[in-house]
Design a protein around this ligand. Structure first.
Ligand code: NI
Length: 170
């Protein structure tokens, strides 16, 4: 089921999300819905707070061509970051059509709980590394625009407020 994506600014996007205590059918359904919502948007990553659920669940698939590689990560944690940084032009499904360069560690090691209840670990590089860090930030109420200067951030926020007013009228 495709769920509506919250648009910034929204207090639900600023919350610290709760860890998931156990993998339940509800969590599995949430992850499946989030993947469906992400592919439909389309996007390469989505965090639960973006669909109004303040739980530590993210989904992603950074494969642009070829077979899809849907991933669902519960309680994801960065356990190591490289000193090397890389810069990507980031966007966010909660901040449509706005992009800006953000500098982050180029590689990260992440540990999470899979939907099968097993602990998993993987090292991410390239776009995957940027994406997983962007999505984990969402679980801490942080958006990519929080890395920008105040003027740029305010400009984007005003555009989003206008977009929301227009959508509310439509
Ligand atoms: Ni985002």
């Amino acid at each position: 089921m495709i769920r509506p994506i919250l648009i910034h600014p929204d207090p639900r996007l600023k919350k610290l999300c709760d860890p998931v205590a156990e993998i339940t059918p509800e969590i599995q359904r949430l992850a499946a819905d989030m993947l469906e919502t992400m592919y439909d948007a389309p996007g390469i990553g989505l965090a639960a707070p973006q669909v109004g659920v303040t739980k530590r669940v993210i989904v992603m698939d950074c494969i642009k061509e070829g077979d899809p590689e849907p991933m669902a990560l519960v309680n994801p944690e960065v356990i190591w970051s490289s000193e090397d940084l890389s810069t990507y032009e980031e966007g966010c499904l909660s901040i449509p059509d706005q992009y800006a360069e953000v500098k982050r560690p180029a590689e990260v090691q992440v540990r999470w709980l899979g939907l099968d209840g097993q602990v998993q670990e993987r090292q991410f590089a390239g776009l995957w590394a940027t994406c997983v860090q962007h999505e984990i930030d969402h679980l801490d109420g942080k958006l990519f625009i929080d890395y920008l200067g105040p003027l740029k951030r305010q400009m984007i926020t005003r555009k989003m407020e206008k977009l929301k007013r227009e959508r509310a009228r439509a």
